[in-house]
Design a protein around this ligand. Structure first.
Ligand code: SF4
Length: 410
């Protein structure tokens, strides 16, 4: 417990403790909104099965604010397509209505969130947002629709995992989707899905030369990076791509202009780049990286190259960014954060790193059996989140199990 609590001898200790307490109250408020099932717009109570905090339930989708926060919405308000209000704005208006709601409280001597929460019960927090992003939900929806519409004994193929999650892949396999590693494994004239991670132009040409019908589930945020690379390459300048060179997304992006794109995975690799110092260099980013990881590499690039050309924001997508910010918040008041996701899921791995960097322990759990074989009793407070490709039912199973182990959802 002690490792995540600031030392009381630190002059900023009290301030940080108050900030932690405030963050905790906000988190609790969000949890209560979800559990209360109150529509954010009309403020009416809605049956829990007709309300959601995420994008993917078609009955009643939550709106997305400009910051990507999710609010609960009932079916009526959702179908009227009301514009969601940013979470921070809601919190501000609530504070105006009731100034005491999130008021800073002077913590008593030795006040420790973990011990406070743990004195009567063990607390369990769920990060919001978590789980499926729109790109993943869209790709899975496209796969399901294609399978539904297939004729007779037709086989539908998918190049690589549609998203990096074993539960999703297993379910779609059981529904008849056939995963392959290369286009040559697909019979001429068949239907082939491209995954959410996108593919290079070379792969598209191979599919065309085999006369395949392509269903392209590339996430629009990934497609945007492809477009950036094409645009920069057409001007003749060198491009640095910050990302993991063996990740399918980066392989596809590099494939847009292999002779111009140079991949760097970390700040150290910037020093090994062999590019002219006095010429413009464009920068693009893998969509699922950690914000701090990209900031470090950008700093190294700026210190070496004076003529960097990059979009105003990094290419880290809103879903990755919001899930990282939520897990950082969670890590401030949880002794350990459990990230549900597969080992090859980049955004899940980044969630683990983000929680650890924020000061809590963090583990990646890809299967319920891993949860069952761990002793969680030493922890007074646990946080749970899930990667952008992790199905919600996995999180629900994990939460049910932890509740059986004596943790109470806050
Ligand atoms: S994590 Fe981001 S880039 Fe990847 S599928 Fe989701 S929205 Fe698209």
């Amino acid at each position: 417990m002690s490792e995540w609590i600031d030392s009381p001898s630190d002059p900023d200790h009290s301030k940080r403790e108050r900030e932690k307490a405030k963050a905790l109250r906000k988190s609790v408020w969000w949890q209560q909104q979800r559990q209360a099932g109150v529509c954010h717009y009309c403020k009416k109570k809605v049956a829990s099965e007709d309300i959601t905090m995420d994008h993917i339930v078609p009955v009643a989708r939550g709106g997305t604010s400009t910051k990507g926060n999710i609010v609960p919405a009932c079916q009526t308000c959702n179908t009227q397509k009301k514009t969601a209000i940013p979470a921070e704005q809601i919190l501000r208006s609530l504070e105006q209505d009731d100034p005491t709601l999130f008021q800073d409280e002077e913590p008593s001597d030795g006040y420790e969130l973990g011990e406070d929460q743990g004195s009567g019960f063990n607390s369990l927090f769920i990060a919001q947002p978590h789980g499926f992003c729109t790109g993943v939900a869209r790709a899975i929806h496209m796969a399901e629709k294609t399978l539904e519409q297939k004729s007779g004994n037709e086989t539908i193929f998918c190049l690589n995992e549609i998203v990096h999650n074993q539960h999703v892949v297993t379910r779609l396999t059981s529904m008849g989707l056939h995963f392959v590693k290369c286009v040559e494994d697909v019979p001429e004239g068949a239907k082939l899905l491209f995954s959410a991670h996108g593919v290079s132009p070379k792969v598209r040409q191979e599919a065309a030369s085999r006369n395949l019908t392509v269903i392209d589930a590339t996430c629009p945020f990934v497609a945007k990076v492809h477009d950036e690379v094409k645009r920069f390459a057409s001007t003749g300048i060198a491009i640095v791509c910050i990302g993991h060179r063996n990740h399918e997304e980066v392989i596809g992006v590099v494939g847009e202009a292999p002779e111009r794109v140079h991949v760097v995975e970390n700040a150290e690799e910037v020093g090994r780049l062999d590019l002219p110092l006095d010429r413009p260099i464009a920068v693009v980013t893998q969509t699922t990286l950690g914000e701090s990881q990209v900031a470090e590499v950008m700093a190294a690039l700026r210190s070496r190259y004076t003529q960097l050309v990059s979009p105003p924001h990094t290419d880290i997508c809103y879903a990755t960014r919001d899930r990282q910010r939520a897990v950082k918040d969670l890590a401030h008041h949880c002794a350990c954060v459990i990230v549900l996701g597969s080992a090859n899921s980049s955004n899940s791995q980044r969630l683990v790193e983000t929680a650890q960097a924020a000061g809590s322990e963090a583990v990646l759990v890809s299967d319920l059996s891993e949860l069952l074989h761990t002793d969680w009793s030493p922890y007074h407070s646990l946080g749970v989140t899930s990667g952008a490709s992790t199905p919600e039912d996995f999180l629900e199973q994990a939460v049910r199990y932890l509740e059986q182990q004596g943790f109470s959802l806050v």
